[in-house]
Ligand binder design. Structure first.
Ligand code: FES
Length: 140
């Protein structure tokens, strides 16, 4: 499935969801990368297009061990962190330069650090490298 087809499919799925889910879908751009040899490899042009003006991009795929956020700061530096809250496993969401958990209110910095509990452990980080025209994320 190419990126355009995926984005169309995701938009259709969101439109069939409840209103709150629709709001959430609209606010976080998502890509569905393939995993090869324990790595995610995505063209930078696709990542930048998916980000738009935002600073968070969610990677979701059946081939990933979990959903991963790629986060971009003001200097175009990228970070990859788990999207799974370390408290009880809900998916965190970007909000005002933090990742917040909708279940019990934990907050994390874009590099995974805990700002507010009940979570006590940081979001696991993934190694991310810029290799030529691609972003490569190493999976454990
Ligand atoms: S699951 Fe995230 S704060 Fe409880």
């Amino acid at each position: 499935m190419d990126r355009r087809t995926f984005m169309r499919t995701a938009a259709t799925g969101c439109s069939l969801s409840a209103w709150w889910a629709l709001s959430a879908c609209a606010s976080v751009p998502t890509l569905s990368p393939t995993v090869e040899a324990g790595r995610v490899r995505v063209a930078r042009v696709d990542v930048q297009a998916a980000f738009g003006a935002g600073s968070a991009l969610l990677l979701q795929s059946d081939t990933l061990p979990e959903s991963i956020y790629v986060l971009r700061d003001d200097n175009d530096t990228y970070t990859a962190v788990s999207a799974t809250c370390t408290h009880l496993g809900c998916q965190v969401r970007p909000a005002n330069n933090f990742l917040r958990c909708p279940c019990h209110g934990s907050s994390f910095t874009f590099d995974g650090g805990v700002v507010r509990g009940p979570a006590t452990q940081p979001l696991p980080r993934y190694r991310l490298d810029l290799v030529g025209e691609h972003i490569v994320i190493e999976l454990p």
